[in-house]
Design a protein. Structure first.
Length: 101
């Protein structure tokens, strides 16, 4: 049984997995904040200002670029989504003592 007092933040809610989790968790947890790429700009994410100010107990990252051909010509963007952003998210979670999944 989920802990209904938890506050969940979901990154990548514009994709299939993130959207499904946001829908599923909406009535199971106290607060679910879901961010799609349109609402959480990666430059802001790298600075972590938004996440540092947000109160959450668990951060779920479902953001990904799944088009391999697209990534081959855009190394910087692929690295930002796949490496830099998760590293920044993990650091915020470590500072807050919150699990990062």
């Amino acid at each position: 049984m989920p802990d209904s007092s938890l506050r969940i933040a979901i990154i990548g809610a514009g994709g299939r997995l993130g959207a499904a989790l946001a829908r599923r968790y909406a009535d199971r947890f106290r607060l679910v904040r879901a961010f799609a790429r349109r609402t959480l700009i990666w430059r802001m994410l790298r600075r972590c200002g938004v996440l540092r100010e947000l109160d959450f107990d668990v951060l779920v990252n479902t953001a990904a670029i799944t088009n391999v051909d697209y990534c081959e010509g855009r190394d910087a963007g692929a690295m930002a989504v796949s490496a830099a952003a998760p590293e920044a998210m993990a650091q915020v979670c470590a500072d807050k003592g919150a699990p990062f999944t």
